[in-house]
Design a protein around this ligand. Structure first.
Ligand code: 0A1
Ligand code: ZN
Length: 880
């Protein structure tokens, strides 16, 4: 842990590396208490650099020996300054040999080489390789790696690294070895090794060009009954990338390895993806529909990185979205294509919009706001954010919206043609898109440069005599830290017009037939578009398919919204209209809840919900989305001053009101959407379960004996985790007397399934019935362990981030709990601590009393003597 003043790193300070590395040979003598790493690399001076010293970085490792062209260097031959090791007066070309020692079993950061349940794993993105050996640990240094692993044979029968296995054998002394070669040049952050006792599910898979590839999913013994879905997802991903982008697997072997201790979701190391168990292990008994969806998406995401990230990588970490935004977009498109139906596609799009609103918009409006391509950072690990990932994916999606699918594909082809094997920038990607399509995308750069969510507004006027409809679009963007003024963005705004009957009107723009939906290109602060031949006053459907990551400030009347909610042919905007109907009321109810407990909900809204609920012509999955209310976080984002209790009361009131007034319809849908027979996670079945379980949760928002009996029956009879967890959660939220016994039975049944125990903690941590005393009691449960990131998140982060009412208790007890655990976690795992630290991002939005308590808690953390750069950056920015 560093205690010195953190350094800010600026994008504008980029300079090329002084030396390039051509080959790296790594030798590992693996021992949890003392692993010896021998690194021999061939290096040469970079003609593009003016600098002459060799620059290497190393962190938390002990340097044993350093040799340059075979000569042992003495201390006066090099300098170590913090993490930087420099060797002056080095020749043009050299062989550098470095021996270091590290202690994997004490590495609780889970960055570099560490042990998890006695097995060895590595995590090198972003800057973990320097915790393994001294190296120019930056993504624009790409080399060919050969890796020799040596370890106890009995304890670590499986030895894996990137690329192809070229040799293995016994060493005689109870140890064995394996040698791996990765033929592709790669940056150090894609290096990986695994030494473990594991078993695998494997399969040979025929690639499009006729080659056979070996696919493996490695897990701990006892989990082989949970690998089918990951394997199937991998095969689907390989096929999809061949078909949609003409991209093939370039190795003979592709491995996925699961570990229970992992900071993030998964990692795309070349040929050896390492995964959090959460995104590998699933069967119906232990995993929910959402878990299955997560596995499919993350397996695809990591696989797709093989081209977007590995073959073409980032020049520097400011370009992170080059690979992440693009790869998220690719996994989103994959998910949509796997469902296959138009409405299924729309449901996935709605999910993406919800994620943006729930997490990215708040980030963009808070103290950590940063552009998709940040200008500076203190700790790069803090920039694996929803902005870089999800907003980054929206930015990539906008190219496709502007250029069309074919145009986008042309851009991708040109990108690979130009940059395969290189480390490049977001500008290179944008230029490939522009050049392949012969268009100018210079203004589009602002999406990478400017932070903050643009606000879009429109005014429209129908001229009956001229039969024209003019729509004026206005854009603005609020200031964000370091960016007081913004320039206009290039925004694709997809628009349709609905007639009185709710049908799409044929659009004529600039004298041309423009179909039912047209993409207007807004490039100025204000711009008017005139539709002609408009037969009657339409209701405009603006920002169809959520064509840009903006906030559309609408001026719709209730009747416009009801019209769109009933008829819009664009399912995303149809859903959106329902969200707007609900949000208007939720905001009003929140205001009322702060001063009174006599709340009311109008018939119009309830009737709209009734109609949606019972419209059997619509997919269950869509209806579920349309009936789901905006979250408390989304409501809070609309308020200048947030009283979390009032927000909660308002939303609970609405839920209970829906539950009571639509009781018979909810009961009918509960029955109609049962999925008898063998469980399948497919979109239709999971959509039915989602609607059924939403019905159950609404019914139990206004609980009585009958609704509780229903939940209890489901809890006792469920043969899958989706139904089991949903019913248990309904019982908890209904404060049913049976909830505790059911929680105990759940734990007893699943206590050996770590991922289910995580659910058990999370369910309780996020229930408004769990107060500070209860959460502290859960912390003392024998199954709780702060060192395991999944477990820490399931209890501590779930309480601080998903239980707003209790976390924001007026006495500040939630904030003190937060400060205490950010500090404790920071000493173990700064990355996990820094994520938790962000629970306070929006502290200035709360009521003055809460703000005061939050500030005190933030200052308490900031005042700690020993703090990682990770947490220091977050709390400093929050307090700034
Ligand atoms: N590149 C991975 C995400 C990742 C980033 C950092 C990690 O450790 C600090 C681990 C994984 C992805 O996008 O999936
Ligand atoms: Zn990624």
């Amino acid at each position: 842990m560093r205690t010195d003043t953190p350094q800010t790193i600026y994008r504008s300070d980029y300079t090329p590396p002084s030396y390039l590395v051509d080959t790296v040979e790594l030798g590992f003598d693996l021992d949890p208490a003392r692993t010896v790493v021998a690194n021999r690399m061939t290096i040469r001076r970079n003609p593009d650099s003016a600098q002459r010293e060799i620059e290497l970085v190393g962190e938390d490792i002990e340097l044993v020996a350093l040799r340059l062209n075979g000569r042992l260097l003495e201390e006066r031959d090099y300098a170590i300054n913090g993490t930087m090791l420099t060797i002056p007066n080095a020749p043009e070309e050299a062989t550098l040999e470095i021996e270091t020692v590290c202690t994997p079993e004490l590495n609780t950061t889970l960055s570099g080489l560490y042990t998890s349940n006695g097995n060895f794993f590595t995590q090198c993105e972003a800057e973990g390789f320097r915790r393994i050996t001294y190296f120019p640990d930056r993504p624009d240094v790409m080399a060919v790696y050969t890796v020799m692993l040596r370890a106890d044979k009995e304890r670590y029968p499986v030895l894996l690294s990137n690329g192809n296995l070229v040799e293995e054998g016994d060493l005689g002394d109870g140890r064995h070895y394996a040698k791996w070669e990765d033929p592709f040049k790669k940056p150090s952050y894609l290096f990986a090794l695994v030494a473990a006792r594991l078993v695998c599910q494997e399969e040979t898979f025929r690639l499009a060009d006729g080659r056979d590839a070996l696919l493996q999913v490695w897990v701990e013994e006892g989990n082989l009954d949970k690998t089918d879905y990951a394997m199937q997802s991998l095969k689907h991903s390989i096929r999809w990338d061949e078909e949609r982008y003409g991209l093939e697997l370039d190795l003979d072997r592709f491995m996925i390895v699961a570990t229970g201790d992992f900071n993030m979701g998964a990692m795309e190391n070349k040929g050896l993806n390492i995964f959090n168990t959460k995104f590998v292990l699933a069967n119906p008994r232990v995993a929910t529909d959402i878990d299955f969806q997560g596995i499919e998406a993350v397996v695809a995401h990591e696989y797709f990185h093989n081209w977007t990230g590995n073959r073409v990588t980032c020049r520097d970490w400011f370009q992170l979205s080059l690979k992440e935004g693009l790869t998220v977009f690719r996994d989103q498109e994959f998910t949509a294509d796997m469902i296959g139906t138009e409405s299924g596609r729309a449901v996935t799009r709605i999910d993406q919009v919800r994620t943006l609103r729930q997490a990215q918009f708040p980030e963009d409006a808070g103290p950590m706001a940063h552009p998709v391509r940040p200008d500076s950072f203190v700790e790069i690990n803090n920039f694996y954010t929803v902005t870089v990932y999800e907003k980054g994916a929206e930015v990539v999606r906008m190219y496709q919206t502007l250029l069309g699918r074919d145009g986008f594909r042309k851009g991708m082809d040109l990108y690979f043609q130009r940059h395969d094997g290189q480390a490049v920038t977001c500008d290179d990607f944008r230029l490939a898109m522009a050049d392949a399509n012969g268009c100018d995308l210079s203004q589009f750069e602002r999406w990478y440069d400017q932070a903050g969510t643009p606000v879009l507004r429109f005014e429209a006027r129908y001229d009956e005599a001229a039969r024209t409809y003019s729509i004026t679009l206005f854009q603005s963007c609020p200031p964000t830290p370091g960016q007081p003024e913004k320039r206009p963005f290039h925004i694709p705004v997809a628009v349709g017009l609905l007639d009185r009957e709710g049908r799409d009107m044929p659009l004529t723009l600039d004298g041309k037939n423009a179909g039912a939906t047209v993409v207007l290109e807004l490039t100025q602060a204000e711009q008017t578009f005139v539709f002609s031949n408009v037969a009657e006053q339409p209701v405009p459907s603006v920002l169809r398919d959520f064509s840009a990551p903006v906030i559309l400030q609408h001026g719709y009347s209730d009747s416009d919204l009801l019209h769109l909610f009933s008829y819009d042919s664009d399912p995303v905007n149809r859903w959106e209209a329902g969200q707007r109907l609900a949000m208007g009321r939720l905001l009003k109810l929140t205001g009322e809840a702060a001063v009174s407990d006599r709340l009311n909900l109008d018939d119009t809204f309830i009737e709209a919900m009734r109609k949606m609920l019972t419209d059997d012509s619509l997919d269950a999955a869509f209806r579920e989305q349309a009936l789901l209310l905006p979250t408390e976080t989304m409501i809070a984002e609309q308020l200048a001053v947030v009283d979390p209790l009032a927000v909660h009361m308002a939303r609970q009131f609405m839920r209970a009101n829906i539950g009571a007034r639509l009781r018979s319809e909810l009961l009918a849908q509960y029955e109609a959407n049962q999925t008898p027979g063998a469980y399948s996670p497919d979109a239709v079945s999971s959509g039915k379960r989602a609607l059924k379980n939403l019905a159950l949760s609404y019914l139990n928002a206004a609980p009585d004996e009958e609704t509780i009996a229903l939940a209890l029956r489901q809890c006792r009879e469920a043969d899958n985790m989706t139904d089991r967890a949903a019913s248990l959660s309904a019982l908890i939220h209904a404060r049913a007397p049976e909830a505790d016994a059911e929680l105990a039975r759940f734990y007893e049944e699943f206590k050996d399934e770590a991922l289910v125990v995580d659910k058990w903690f999370a369910m309780q941590a996020s229930a408004p019935t769990t107060d500070i005393a209860k959460v502290r009691e859960l912390m003392r449960h024998p199954a709780f362990n702060l060192r395991n990131p999944n477990r820490a998140r399931s209890l501590v982060a779930a309480y601080c981030m998903n239980n707003p009412v209790e976390f924001h208790a007026p006495n500040g007890s939630g904030y003190l709990f937060w400060a205490e655990h950010v500090t404790l976690l920071d000493a173990l795992n700064p990355q996990v601590a820094a994520r938790l630290a962000r629970a306070m991002d929006r502290w200035r939005r709360y009521t003055p009393e809460l703000q005061q308590h939050m500030k005190t808690a933030l200052q308490q953390v900031a005042g700690q003597q020993r703090l990682s750069n990770d947490v220091r950056e977050i709390v400093t920015k929050a307090l700034a």
